[in-house]
Design a protein around this ligand. Structure first.
Ligand code: C5P
Length: 209
């Protein structure tokens, strides 16, 4: 069974993807990490994330980079959303994601274009979202908890900027697949959102027989 989990930044899609993987006993790939690695490697190379040749050169980052805590930084997320605009970068990361999705037994992948581009044939697709203000509020609380000194207004502006880049790019923009379940968790806690996701995937699995 292939499960595609897409959604905007700070929507909780990563948490849901990991929990679905644990529940259904499937491997999980956070595809955002690949784009983060390219963004970070571009910086390590002293390249420019907006320049496609610099970003493309960073696509052969060493696998060990995927474990670097720096990939989780907000600044790296910003770099990722800049390098991910280049079609050449998306093409370079394409096969790795397709192979992960199509491995025997299936997989869970989370990202922006899993249900539309990477695994349009996925058995269950979810589009996880919440209002930009709510996503920013959660991200801000999480950052304050980690001791990062940042204003809510700055996080709201960052969420809007990332949404605009992710939905506005020409190649593989963030969009809900027509057959994806919309899971808007603005007014849901984590447990309720997860229960809804599991119920949806169970239903899809029952249909598959
Ligand atoms: O999900 P995460 O915030 O880690 O992703 C970082 C950035 O990578 C996103 O803002 C998006 O621009 C890009 N991305 C993408 N396609 C994916 C996953 C992430 O373009 N499948």
């Amino acid at each position: 069974m292939i499960i595609a989990v897409d959604g905007p930044t700070a929507s909780g899609k990563g948490t849901i993807a990991k929990a679905l993987a644990a529940h259904f006993g499937l491997p999980v790939l956070d595809t955002g990490l690949l784009y983060r690695a390219v963004g970070y490697q571009t910086q390590l190379n002293h390249g420019d994330a907006d320049n496609f040749a610099d970003a493309l050169a960073a696509c052969d980052f060493p696998d060990a980079l995927l474990d670097d805590p720096a990939l989780r930084y907000e600044t790296t997320g910003g770099l990722a959303s800049r390098v991910s605009i280049h079609p050449q970068v998306r093409a370079a990361l394409f096969q790795r994601q397709v192979d992960f999705a199509n491995q025997p037994g299936g997989a869970v992948l989370d990202g922006r274009d899993i249900g539309t581009v990477i695994a349009p044939h996925a058995d269950a697709k979810l589009f996880v979202t919440a209002t930009p203000e709510e996503r920013a509020r959660r991200r801000h609380a999480e950052m304050i908890g980690r001791g990062v000194d940042v204003s809510l207004d700055a996080v709201i502006a960052d969420v809007h900027a990332r949404d605009a880049r992710d939905t506005g790019r020409a190649d593989a923009p963030l969009i809900r697949a027509a057959d994806a379940m919309l899971l808007d968790n603005t007014n849901m806690d984590k447990d309720a959102a997860l229960a809804a996701a599991i119920a949806f995937v169970e239903g899809r699995r029952a249909l598959l027989g």
